[in-house]
Design a binder for this molecule. Structure first.
Ligand code: FAD
Length: 384
């Protein structure tokens, strides 16, 4: 029986653990410094909106393409997952897509004829009379919003139902995960390893902290800071705008989006995308700009004549997206155990999802299962 230890209890770790545990031959443990219920600047998943607005190019669309059917199923059939359908409006101010911050955002989300039309079945262009002032064009389709405060505990529950064992630990080095091989719950409620550290496959879902985890120290990983405000008003549709410009007409690091979390979770108003910025505290001036931009653009607020000052704030927040230059790391690696350098074990990495960790979660976790199966099936051999 493969002993699998997943590092991380964010959406990437929990979804990977869930899909791995669905195969009864796997024995799965999750070891994490932060768990659902925690709000910490080094733990991204609770801070996400989160919705499904495809961002990848068609060539890289596998993760989002494979996640959407499961998100739809959960929204339609599993209310306790905390996911509901919501109409999305994608708004374009226009200009050429660029990565240098001058044109519109380069996400495929804003393409006029995007690949995801084929999976978002009711995708259509917005009629001119619905398009807010200052916007050139827009599209409309049905997406989902995930209340992360409900969904992350739901994932923990699904994992526990399949026998996954959870353990709090702050690892200094990735190979320390091997000390939890074959983790089992004991009669007194504690947990204990039951297998040798050499008999383990480690799945690394350490998110942003992969830049600090010994044995990984991935210098391509840095935060993309996202500041949000959560308000009580129920707003529909959810909006996403392709550019927010500064006074000189240059796109800046701020965004305009909103989404209504199901189950009384409030409306998330975003946001920012500030690469390299570790600041954990919300900036009050930014918050005012986010709310003002929303009040000036959202058709419901415009129709009601509401301004930013009318909005009822639940809280402000900052989350750090695990941005990775070059994209997500989804691959195997063989590492030596620090505690026994003559022994080597396989690691499957799944981190660096930037702003799409939820909407790509099932696709990436499926790839983790494939990679683990390859390791187990002898295409690779765990011993040198
Ligand atoms: P995390 O959630 O950070 O989890 C990492 C886990 O690894 C934690 O449990 C941590 O404790 C553990 N860990 C790390 N290092 C160690 C260690 N040394 N020892 C033990 N444990 C360790 N995505 C979407 O799909 N849709 C959205 O609408 C969306 N909106 C967003 C809005 C904002 C404001 C932000 C900030 C993010 C948004 N995202 C969205 C992105 C999404 O939140 C992330 O991509 C995702 O949460 C990353 O999850 P993760 O599991 O990889 O990392």
């Amino acid at each position: 029986m493969p002993n699998i230890v997943v590092i991380g209890a964010g959406v990437s770790g929990l979804t990977s653990a869930l899909l791995l545990a669905r195969d009864k031959k796997n024995k799965v443990a999750v070891v994490a410094r932060h768990m659902p219920g925690d709000y910490d600047i080094e733990y991204t998943s609770p801070w996400a909106g989160a919705n499904v607005l495809p961002m990848a190019t068609e060539a890289n669309s596998r993760w989002e393409r494979e996640t959407w059917p499961e998100m739809k199923r959960l929204a339609a059939e599993v209310p306790e997952a905390g996911i509901h359908f919501q109409k999305a409006w994608v708004l374009r101010k226009g200009g050429e897509p660029t990565d240098d911050g001058k044109g519109r955002l380069s996400d495929a989300l804003f393409d006029e004829n995007p690949w995801y039309k084929s999976i978002m079945s009711d995708f259509k262009d917005l009629p001119a009379d619905k398009i807010p002032p200052g916007i050139q064009s827009g599209s409309e389709f049905t997406s989902v919003c995930i209340n992360t405060a409900l969904y992350l505990p739901y994932l923990v529950g699904q994992c526990r139902a399949l026998g996954v064992v959870f353990r709090r630990a702050a690892l200094n080095h990735i190979s320390e995960a091997a000390d939890f091989a074959g983790l089992e719950a004991q009669a007194d409620g504690t947990t204990a390893a039951t297998a040798s550290p050499e008999d383990v496959i480690i799945v690394n879902c350490s998110g942003l902290l992969s830049c600090r985890l010994g044995g990984v120290m991935d210098s391509k990983v840095q935060p993309a800071r996202g500041q949000v405000v959560v308000i009580r008003e129920e707003l529909s549709p959810m909006l996403a705008l392709d550019r927010v410009d500064d006074e000189a007409g240059q796109r800046n690091s701020e965004l305009l989006y909103n989404m209504l979390r199901p189950g009384g979770g409030g409306t998330i108003v975003g946001g920012t995308y500030q690469v390299g910025n570790w600041e954990s505290q919300p900036d009050p001036n930014t918050a005012v700009r986010l709310l003002t931009r929303l009040a000036n653009t959202h058709p419901q607020l415009v129709a009601e004549g509401k301004t930013a000052a009318d909005l009822s704030i639940i809280r402000q927040g900052v989350g750090l997206r695990p941005y990775r230059a070059g994209g997500v790391r989804l691959e195997t690696e063989k590492i030596a155990l620090e505690q026994k350098p003559s022994a080597q074990v396989w690691v499957v990495h799944n981190y660096g999802h930037a702003g799409w960790g939820y909407q790509g979660s099932y696709g990436c976790a499926k790839r983790v299962v494939e990679l683990v199966d390859e390791v187990v099936g002898g295409k690779f051999t765990a011993k040198l």
